[in-house]
Structures are given as C-alpha cells and as structure tokens.
Design a protein around this ligand. Sequence first.
Ligand code: WQD
Length: 332
Amino acid sequence: MENILVTGGAGFIGSHTCVTLLDGGYSVVIADDFSNSGPRSLDAIRAITGRDFLFYEVDVAEAAAVEKIFGENKIDGVIHFAGFKAVGESVEKPLEYYRNNLLSTIELARACAAHGVPKFVFSSSATVYGGGEPPFLESAPLMPATNPYGETKAVCEKILTDAARANKGLSVSLLRYFNPVGAHESGLLGEAPNGVPNNLMPYITKVAKGELKELRIFGGDYDTADGTGVRDYIHVMDLAEGHVAALKKAPAGVSVYNLGSGVGTSVLQLVAAFERVNSVKIARRMAPRRHGDIAACWADAGKAERELGWKTRRTIEDMCRDAWRFEKGFAG
Ligand code: WQD
C-alpha cells in the first residue's frame, strides 16, 4: 500500500484529495498547521472513509518538521497543497507569501531527494497564465504574475522543474487548477473560508443562507456573452481525482497539466444554476469591476485526458447542489 504525504490535507482541496486517496486504497500522512483550516475536516475524512491516518500539526516550511515526518515514515509520494492562496492578501503580505509558499516547496523537494521519494504532485494554478485569450494550453507562455500569490506559483513550478532535472529519480507533476468549487456529496466536507469569502461560490452560499445580504457582481461590462466574468469551474472531487490520476500515471521528469472542465461559465450563469437546482433566490446587484480580475479564463483540458486518462465528470449543477448541501449543514 503506497503511503502518501499530503501537506495542507486539512484544507479545502487537500481534505477532499485525502478522501479520494483513502477510498482508493492508499495510506495517508497529513501535515497541516491549521493556518487556514481546522481539525473538523480531519474528523470528516475519518467519518467519510472509515479509515484513519497519521497527522502532524506542523509548518512544512520548517526543515526540522519536514525531516521529522520523513524520518518517521516511509513516504512513496508527496502531494503539496500547503500554501497561502489569497490574491488580495498576497499583495498586502508578500514576504509571508514568499516565505511560506517557496520555503515549504524547497524543504519538501529536498526531503524527497534525500529519502529517494519518487513522486511529487504540486498544487499550482491557472493564475500563472496571467491574461491572454482562453482556452489556455499548458504550452502557453507564462505571463508575469499580477500578484505575489501568482508569482509564488510560477516560481515553485520553476524550482520543482530544476529539482526534477537534477534528480532523475523524481517525477514532478505541476497541476494548474482553474476554479475549484463544490463539496463532497456527504455534506461533511466543503469550502469553509475564514471570514467573508473572496471567492464567488462560498459568497453565494452565504447569501443563500442569509449570513450575507447580497452578492455584488464585479463588472457587467466585460467582453463576454452576458458582460460578467467567465471562469472554468471544476468540482473539488473531480480535482481530487485528478491528483490521484497524476500520482498513478504521470511520467518521469516534469509534467504540466491543466485541471479544468474546458468550459467557461459566467457569474450570472452560475448564479442562475445555483438558484435553479437549489430553489433559492440570490439577492444581487451589479458592482464595479474588481481590481486584477480578467474577463475570461478557461482550460484546454485535453492533455490530462490524453496522458492521465482523467477529465471532469461532475456538472455545474452538481457543484451548486453539493456546495449548498455543505453550507446548510455547516455551523461555522
Ligand atoms: C470568480 C468570478 C469575479 C466574487 C481566484 C484566484 C485563483 C484561484 C481561484 C487559487 C470573477 C466574480 C467573485 C464576488 C463576483 N485561487 N465574483 N463577486 O478570481 O477567478 O480566481 O480563485 O488558486 O488563483 O485568483 O475566483 O471566485 O474570486 O471570482 O462577481 O463576490 O466571480 O469577478 O469573475 P477568481 P473568484
């Protein structure tokens, strides 16, 4: 049974990936410092899968913490989610973002080389594509990031690319996410950001629940079908399955894959789908564009399908239904 270290395994995408790993017969070691998560998600993983796992409450940017994990466990692969991920916050706190996101990646890659760990899957982001015209291909030139968060993702990709070139025994998969949303169908796991959500779907669910008054739609004058921003939303469980596919099938060396649906959905389309499948009304008003937003972004998702045999299976309606089920049951 392969033993996988999942950093950030108590977080939104990490916890759903741990469920998929455990259900798929892997054993799991989770490292998380609870900076953007809590023990509740660990209990949910146990409840959903009926399986347990080792947990280390540590900062994986600390070399000693990483060495302790690798010294005490035989690790067959690493999936590295742990990192700060709020675009706006990264502009206010760039040094914290560079330290946390870069150092954690460096320390984990060093430990993999020292302990002969053959597989490293990295949580990257479509943010590295910057602007430009969708659909985005993995071969697209990376644009200079418009914020420190995006820059940390681009630099981590470079660090891991160089590490894999120097260490022929290491297979690196760089997975570029588009917009992860939704929740596990049990309603026990989901997206529970601290404070007022930045992202669209958790904001919608809080409006539906009555915790927030109305949704501000940032911009109605973009060059899109209905004037609102278009994004490639991907169900978090499809995303989790994409990580396991990369763990199983990624070739030696460095591989880059888009994890997206390949379909663009506008803000108004997502709101309409949410209202339709959940029989709720979302109070909304048009608001000025949000600084840093682009008009449209969606993936060319063909490479992951060809090379990993993976593509998204769940629909926008599934995402809306599952996100709402989690929010209704979440007392947070
Ligand atoms: C989606 C659309 C907004 C909130 C970000 C990060 C990206 C990734 C995913 C980490 C846009 C509109 C949003 C609201 C709105 N994170 N919107 N009202 O900005 O595409 O991507 O999260 O990897 O790196 O940049 O996601 O959900 O914030 O916005 O109208 O209250 O919804 O303008 O068009 P985004 P988002």
